[in-house]
Design a binder for this molecule. Structure first.
Ligand code: ATP
Ligand code: MG
Length: 419
């Protein structure tokens, strides 16, 4: 099978990155506390985290969703460098105007920056590789690390100084063509966020160091969010409070009642940039009429690391995380209750799940109590817990993380439900 090669099974005793009792006291954000305690991440320093095996698996699931949705719009995956010269940033003036967020440094008398975005790099690629109207549209994206000198890095993995992003760039011969694809991406983003378990609200916003045009953010309502939106509960209007033309409480024009205000997490942002970058960088194409014209550019970002954190902020309870099915690190969490007879039955269940290509995390530890295993399963938050014990006989106990009820099922019934 092609594509990402996942680890389909894992014995908890062998897993690198176990649960811990207490999150470090300097960590205030819920996402960081739960992810640290659950063994998903490790903190190197403020704004800088390792994704341990479980965290990486969640991120890979998110990556897969995004890749599928981007490919379905005809976009092509590439991979661009993260080390950039000062010269390329000087072409648009962003070496100076974006100095605040960019990590810049000198080495052997040459100046460099670490990537915080890729518009300039993409424009350079496009001006070298395409020249005729026949070559358009261009739709290219990559998954890579971004570096940003964030002043406040207090929100756990929602705001890192380095983090993973998918950034897509599209180039077109006209504004109409650009806006047509822009609308297609809005739909693709809606689908992608829904699959991740995020209810993202399409929101009008400003363009920061990217553009003076209005852009669109995908905002998820969460008390811990650093953004604020004014939105209609009927779903026909939402604007970032920073640029909203109206205030909370104003009646919706379409009769959906008063507009509301909410704290939100920005999980995506898309930018109809226009010809600003191509004009600065002399990226032109020859149109049908033989004339040279500037290329229309749009860019589209989703923060993968932030998405992992946002999912945790929204899907948790006092016991731990509750992963939505499609982004869970494993499909099920199998617990053997120690007893030689049931251990061999449990190992048999593990083998059968493995054969059926169900992703399974097996808690095979024989030096912890049943209570501790259950508490760890709740903390880690895999959507389905399976238990094999003297009480379950030749069946297996099935319990969903989001529900209280348990039921006894055969292995065949379980495989059917999980696949
Ligand atoms: P913010 O306003 O939260 O600082 P931004 O508007 O500067 O973010 P964009 O340039 O729009 O960010 O980046 C695209 C996406 O990358 C964001 O929607 C978000 O999901 C993610 N992202 C941005 N900054 C960070 C960060 N410091 N840590 C993690 N993810 C980030
Ligand atoms: Mg943004």
């Amino acid at each position: 099978m092609r594509g990402i090669c996942y680890t389909f099974r894992m014995r908890y005793s062998k897993l690198f990155g176990k649960t811990i009792k207490e999150a470090p006291s300097d960590e205030v954000a819920v996402n960081a506390k739960l992810l640290l305690r659950g063994g998903f991440i490790d903190k190197l320093m403020a704004g800088s985290y390792t994704l341990l095996h479980l965290g990486r698996k969640v991120e890979q699931k998110i990556e897969r969703i995004i890749r599928e949705e981007m490919n379905s719009t005809g976009a092509q995956e590439i991979l661009m460098p993260l080390l950039h010269s000062k010269e390329i940033w000087n072409e648009t003036g962003r070496w100076d105007s974006a100095r605040e967020v960019m990590y810049q440094f000198k080495k052997n008398d040459k100046e460099y920056a670490l990537s915080f975005t890729h518009e300039e790099i993409v424009m350079d690629l496009i001006r070298k590789h395409v020249s005729s109207y026949k070559d358009f549209p261009v739709k290219i994206y990559h998954f890579s690390t971004k570096f940003r000198d964030e002043k406040r890095a207090k929100s756990g993995i929602l705001r890192g100084r380095e983090f993973l992003m998918k950034d897509l760039y599209s180039a077109h011969v006209s504004k109409e063509d650009m806006m047509k694809y822009y609308s297609q991406i809005i739909e693709a983003y809606k689908k992608a966020f829904k699959r991740m378990g995020l209810d993202a609200i399409l929101t009008e916003a400003g363009g920061g160091v990217f553009t003076k045009n209005t852009t669109h953010e995908f905002q998820v309502i969460a008390d811990s969010g650093e953004d604020e939106i004014i939105y209609c509960p009927g779903g026909d209007f939402s604007a970032n409070a920073e640029i909203s033309p109206v205030k909370e409480g104003k009646q919706c024009d379409l009769g959906h009642g008063p507009l509301k205000k909410a704290k939100t997490i920005e999980v995506g942002n898309i930018f109809p940039l226009g010809t600003y970058y191509s004009e600065k960088m002399n990226a032109m194409f020859t149109d049908q009429d033989g004339k040279k014209k500037p290329i229309w550019l749009a860019s589209y970002g989703i923060g993968l690391t932030r998405a992992v954190g946002a999912i945790v902020e929204i899907h948790h309870d006092d016991k731990g995380i509750i992963w939505p099915k499609e982004v869970a690190p494993y499909d099920c969490h199998l617990i053997e209750i120690q007893n030689s007879k049931f251990k061999s039955f449990g190992d048999g269940v593990y083998e059968q799940l493995k054969k059926a290509r169900v992703e399974v995390l097996l808690d095979d530890r024989d030096d912890v109590s049943v209570g501790a295993k259950f508490a760890d399963a709740d903390l880690i938050g895999i959507p389905v817990r399976l238990v094999v014990s003297a009480k379950t006989g030749d069946k297996i106990e099935w319990k969903e993380r989001s529900k209280k009820a348990t039921e006894l099922l055969t292995i065949d019934e379980i495989i059917k439900k999980l696949l």
